[in-house]
Design a protein around this ligand. Structure first.
Ligand code: NCD
Ligand code: ZN
Length: 344
């Protein structure tokens, strides 16, 4: 297959950031996706519907003329989130999920939840109002090996939440292990997972390929090859529980190329091409449309997009950096050729 026309996809997990980074991140996401679930981990986290409404306006203002893009907002769950805020979020019509970060797990997660049990009243309200819970599925205990933090989260936290809240919709975001695939497979349909393009294309060896590779450092961290293969099997399985979420996470170059570099891989510039390469590698391009354009929309109870995009097997060069007013971003596969392109 050298050409693929699919319904326009949605990205069910992205970081767009704010201020000077917005024009570039919004330009890239809106060139491919009609909608995106926008993460709330700004430096000042988006903790209320009123903050989400204002952030959404800033995103809308950054959309290039001629593009249609609908940002789907999320709230950041903190130790202070109330059930009343959940009702406000639901009634707003613009908030589509509430994001749980364990405190200290990843970029801008200092306001994250320290004790999920203390938030059970909020989860109850979410279950009642049909607001999905989006999870960064890792424990933060420094005594747990970094490669085991996802698995320990499943065993110590998620299994309990799934039991206590049988009707709560849950998205286990950016899964990275076969353990998560097994867990999600064993749950009912109200538990789903997103998979990033970089976790489908890289394993932990790519972090140390001839030297340390800061632009491959993300959280949850890349895992062994056997886990990458399990994710790839899940993505092409045709199960509606698995859908596209890039976790594209821009960081200014010098904050990644540093003695203590930030976590996050930037893929928004060529997200669909990267997924096409991954699906193509196992002869499953025919499974890409449902993964990218159907299953997530159904899970979030959104109408399917009307437009289409065309992917062609045609080489494109990825630039070494993208410039924005605050500096540069090094994109995934910087300076390399990709053998798929999105055609306008
Ligand atoms: C994300 C970011 O930079 O905001 N980083 C990452 O490595 N994925 C945060 C996140 O989703 O964990
Ligand atoms: Zn993320």
């Amino acid at each position: 297959m050298d050409e693929l026309v699919i319904r326009q996809p949605d990205d069910f997990h992205i970081h767009l950031r704010d201020d000077e980074m917005l024009p570039l991140s919004v330009e890239h996401v809106s060139a491919q996706f009609h909608r995106a679930i926008v993460m709330p981990n700004l430096r000042l986290p988006v903790v209320s519907t009123s903050m989400a409404t204002k952030y959404r306006k800033r995103i809308l203002a950054a959309i290039p003329t001629g593009q249609l893009f609908n940002p789907l907002m999320t709230l950041y769950l903190t130790d202070r989130t109330t059930p009343a805020e959940i009702l406000l979020a639901k009634e707003s019509g613009i908030v589509h999920g509430v994001k749980y970060y364990p405190a200290g797990a990843t970029t801008n997660s200092d306001s994250g939840v320290t004790d999920l049990e203390g938030r059970f009243k909020v989860l109850e309200a979410m279950m009642m109002h049909g607001v999905p819970l989006l999870l960064h599925g890792e424990v933060t205990d420094k005594d747990v090996d970094i490669f085991d933090r996802e698995k320990v989260f499943l065993d110590s936290i998620l299994s309990r939440v799934v039991k206590e809240f049988p009707d709560l919709k849950i998205v286990l975001e950016h899964i990275t292990t076969s353990d998560s695939v097994d867990f999600v497979d064993a749950c009912s349909d109200r538990v789903a997972a997103t998979i990033t393009a970089h976790h489908l294309l890289l394993n932990r060896g790519d972090l140390f390929d001839g030297g340390i590779r800061p632009h491959h450092y993300c959280l949850p961290i890349l895992k062994r090859e056997e886990h990458r293969l399990a994710l790839l099997r899940a993505a092409v399985s045709g199960s509606p529980k698995y859908f596209l979420g890039t976790d594209s996470a821009p960081h200014e170059t010098h904050t990644k190329e540093a003695s203590c570099g930030c976590a996050g891989v930037y893929t928004a510039h060529a997200a669909m091409e990267c997924y096409a390469i991954a699906f193509d590698s196992v002869g499953s391009l025919d499974k890409l449309e449902n993964f990218a354009s159907t299953f997530g929309a159904r899970f979030y109870e959104l109408p399917l997009n009307m437009g289409h995009i065309k992917l062609v097997r045609k080489e494109q060069m990825i630039p070494p950096t993208y410039a924005y007013s605050g500096g540069t971003i090094v994109p995934f596969r910087a300076g390399q050729a990709l053998n798929w392109s999105v055609e306008a």
